[in-house]
Design a protein around this ligand. Structure first.
Ligand SMILES: Cc1ncc(COP(=O)(O)O)c(C=O)c1O
Length: 491
């Protein structure tokens, strides 16, 4: 067939690369029977000239078609349509049209758990949700530069299989950082990089817990952690929290109930009540753990965000006996979408976490890890922490003022010493769930006490996040919350 008779229909204005258009045109000609197995093709130079293309474009198309088995070349004779076309092979293999993905699984499935805490946000909603940070503050230019550099300068390392424990550069940077900022005295051998705190909690649960083990958790508390423990067979036992944090006096009683393997705590700002675990309780918890060989899983999710003079150091900084497993994250400090977290613990546990990780997702995102190491080492993350702390501090104050002014009659509002959310008990005369529903209808999203309950009655309270919205939007959200309460709305 002459080049001019092929009618490949190449159009340079289309977004599809020209060589793919040539390849596709040729496949269509073969499928339509205009070209048959064994037919010779015009020379690449001739075809390129007839299509007004560069010869390399035609050669690229040839290469593609060769790779897929549509063409074959006989040295010195030229290029021909393959005798055994992929088309025929498919036909032989598959008489029926390709099946779509079936509507139902062809095997038994357990019930689907109710939706988790991260349901999608309606567009434009004023989300007063705990745990949300303002990702607009993220130093994106610095992050992009660091990511580019990681790929450019360390591409061979970053794109290969690597250490399931995490890249050494980030483990070293984090070890220095938690040692200088959080009093932990760790080396890179004590650090495991994880996909957020959740990835860390899951790995710890996978490694330490099994059926029959008990895990004491704060109640009210953080459901995603409970779910990770339960997923690995452990039984979650709620322990009350008061104004000093976890009721450590209740822990000895749990020993009679079975094999207590771990206590999960959020000592810096208890989730959700924001209370800081008092110094005597810290000592009690560490002594209890040491005496009974129980692990303390310390979830220090918002360490940077304290608005008073002194940050409270983690429990791990006072742990001389290797009982604390310290779980940290960059989700609040930087951005939750990066899924960057870490565990600091004695080396034997870290080795087991790394081994367990190979079965989960093998290793982390090394490009990201190298970029984060750079941001930590050159101080960018610390500068960002200072900027964000200032912004969130101002937002906390504006939010507390607005809440006190507009809702002081129904909410008990106290400015939290730190963190990104406040805990506000609601007057019992208000139906909290109905209030939240009406607020949602007015475009404001809040978390009610129900979310933090393991068992029993939900407290009349809201946990309100203030970090993600600028002051004017926070005030608007509070006005709408007040409107959702008003008699006009029927609350
Ligand atoms: C108690 C607690 N732990 C951990 C996290 C952070 O989770 P991750 O690091 O998996 O994003 C949050 C975020 O809301 C939290 O509230």
């Amino acid at each position: 067939m002459r080049a001019t008779e092929l009618a490949l229909g190449v159009d340079p204005t289309l977004p599809e690369p020209l060589f793919l258009q040539v390849a596709r045109g040729l496949m269509d000609a073969i499928r339509a029977g205009r070209l048959r197995p064994g037919d010779p093709l015009p020379g690449s130079r001739t075809l390129a000239a007839s299509l007004g293309l560069h010869r390399n474009t035609v050669l690229s198309a040839w290469r593609e078609l060769h790779a897929e088995g549509w063409l074959q070349t006989h040295p010195a004779r030229g290029t021909f349509v393959a005798e055994d076309l992929p088309l025929r092979r498919h036909r032989r293999l598959r008489a029926a049209p390709p099946a779509g993905v079936a509507e139902r699984a062809g095997y038994d499935l357990g019930p689907l758990a109710p939706p988790g805490p991260d349901e999608a946000l309606p567009r434009g909603a004023l989300a007063l949700l705990a745990g949300h940070v303002d990702v607009g503050l993220v130093p994106r230019e610095a992050l992009s530069r660091a990511l580019r550099r990681a790929l450019r300068d360390h591409g061979a390392q970053a794109l290969s299989y690597g250490d399931p424990q995490g890249t050494l550069a980030l483990r070293e940077a984090l070890a220095r950082w938690v040692s200088s900022r959080r009093g932990l005295s760790a080396g890179p051998e004590h650090v495991m990089i994880t996909r957020g705190s959740q990835g860390g909690l899951d790995l710890v649960a996978r490694t330490l817990l099994g059926p029959g083990d008990l895990v004491a958790v704060e109640h009210l508390g953080y459901r995603p952690a409970w779910e990770a423990f339960e997923a690995h067979g452990a039984t979650v036992v709620p322990v009350a929290v008061d104004h000093h944090g976890l009721r450590t006096d209740l822990l000895p009683g749990l020993l009679r109930r079975g094999s207590l393997r771990a206590v999960y705590v959020t000592p810096h700002h208890q989730y959700p009540t924001t209370v800081t675990l008092s110094a005597p309780r810290r000592m009690e918890l560490l002594a209890f753990a040491r005496a009974h060989r129980v692990a303390v899983l310390e979830d220090d999710y918002d360490h940077e965000f304290h608005y008073g003079a002194r940050p409270v150091l983690p429990l791990a900084s006072a742990d001389a006996h290797g009982v604390v497993v310290y779980v940290g994250t960059l989700s609040k400090l930087l951005a939750p979408g990066l899924r960057a977290g870490f565990v600091v613990a004695p080396e034997p546990l870290i080795a087991r976490l790394a081994r367990a990780r190979r079965a989960v997702d093998r290793q982390g995102d090394q490009v990201l890890e190298l970029a984060l190491a750079e941001l930590l080492e050159d101080g960018e993350l610390e500068r960002h922490a200072r900027r964000a702390r200032k912004v969130y501090h101002a937002r906390r104050d504006a939010f507390v003022e607005a809440l006190t002014g507009d809702l002081g009659g129904v909410l008990r509002v106290e400015a939290p010493a730190g963190g990104l959310a406040l805990w506000a008990p609601v007057d019992p005369s208000v139906n909290v769930e109905r209030w939240a529903e009406r607020a949602r209808a007015l475009g404001v999203l809040v978390h009610t006490g129900r979310r933090f309950v393991f068992e029993g009655r939900a407290p009349d309270a809201l946990r309100l996040g203030f970090a993600a919205l600028p002051e004017a939007r926070l005030r608007e959200a509070v006005r709408r919350l007040a409107r959702a309460l008003s008699p006009a709305c029927g609350a």
